[in-house]
Design a protein around this ligand. Sequence first.
Ligand code: PNS
Length: 167
Amino acid sequence: MSEQQIRRAVCPGSYDPVTLGHVDVLVRAARLYDEVVVAVLHNPAKQGTFAVEERIGFVERSLPEDVRQRVRVEAFAGRLLVDVCRDVGADAIVKGLRSATDFAYELPMALMNRHLTGVETVFLPGAPELEHVSSSLVKEVSRFGGDLTGLVPDEVRDALVALRATP
Ligand code: PNS
């Protein structure tokens, strides 16, 4: 397939850390597009829970083998998403939508991104059984010793549990 024929999507986010909700959306995006670029967007001035390299590794290792071959995970710091899309040659942005609250947050960004360069955003409905799962809630549950089963990949669960030991 020539470069021009390849259909490529960008799945942006903080992924701090990746959840099973993210994994569901990435796998489904990879069914719809030839290639998926997972753009781990971060603010260099802000310290996240996990280092960007750790976040990337967690995403890569969370994907099934057949999907992983067509997904590339890259970090982008202090960049507009539309510039990332242009640089990687993306046809669309793909995002998961869990709820009406997500939609209210995502719609202005989708419209702004289209205003800036014309790039479209494709929304995939999140898996209903993962509607309550977000990186921030998972971290809170972990901080207070809650059970993380079914919320994040096993490796991420272990990393979050290990973090409880640090002050
Ligand atoms: O995982 P998150 O925190 O919901 O991801 C939000 C993210 C990083 C995708 C969004 O904040 C973003 O696109 N940031 C890049 C900067 C940018 O392009 N801002 C203008 C969006 S209209």
